[in-house]
Each structure stands twice: as C-alpha cells, then as structure tokens.
Design a protein around this ligand. Structure first.
Ligand code: MG
Length: 116
C-alpha cells in the first residue's frame, strides 16, 4: 500500500523529468558527470546553509527554513536526474533504501552484541 509520502515523491520525480524534457530537451545527452558534480555542488549548498543557520560565515541574515528546504530540493532534483541518466528505476529507490537500512541495523546489532 502506497503512503501519501510515496505518492508525493512519485509525483515529484515525475515533475522533475517533465520539467527537464520540456525546458532542457537535450538533457539526456549531457554526460552524467555533469549531474554527479551538480549533485555534489547542491550538497555543498546545503552544508553552507546549515553553517549559516548555525551562525557561521559572514552573512548577517540567517538562512530560512524555506531557503534550506530549497537547497535540499535541489539535491533531490539532481539525484533524480542522475538516477535517470544511469538508467536506474527510481521506483526501486525505496527498496534500495530499506535494504541499506536493514544492512545498517545488522551491523549495529552485531556491534552491540560485541559490546562496542
Ligand atoms: Mg541550490
């Protein structure tokens, strides 16, 4: 059963592709290195926004929650484009995340059992 969150993200993923198909019709021909670098750049923008929210940097005005969420949205946009460029199925992302969480749980449980 799909939750509202899943439906919302599916619509968002679709909108990202629709936007690019309409305004950047040649986007699929651009080297995927562009998208991985753009993703890294957007992650950097999140880090910078968080730094400013924490009082770092030289900006007088703090970064708002909306501005931070915009940067987070940018990372999802480039993540989706990178997924598409790699011919991966974004609908399997949830399965991949759950599998990774399961692996991480197993690792942590093993550490706990060893008393670490
Ligand atoms: Mg940005």
């Amino acid at each position: 059963m799909k939750t509202n969150r899943m439906i919302c993200m599916t619509e968002s993923w679709d909108n990202i592709i629709k936007f690019n198909e309409k305004y950047f019709p040649g986007w699929r021909g651009i080297d995927e290195i562009y998208y991985s670098n753009a993703l890294a750049g957007e992650v950097g923008e999140i880090c910078n926004a968080v730094k400013h929210r924490a009082g770092g940097g030289t900006k007088e005005k703090k970064v708002s929650t909306t501005e931070l969420m915009d940067e987070i949205a940018d990372t999802f946009i480039y993540l989706e484009l990178l997924i598409e460029k790699q011919y991966l199925d974004v609908t399997s992302l949830s399965d991949a995340i759950n599998s990774k969480i399961k692996t991480n749980i197993e690792r942590m449980e093993a550490r706990n059992e060893r008393g670490e």
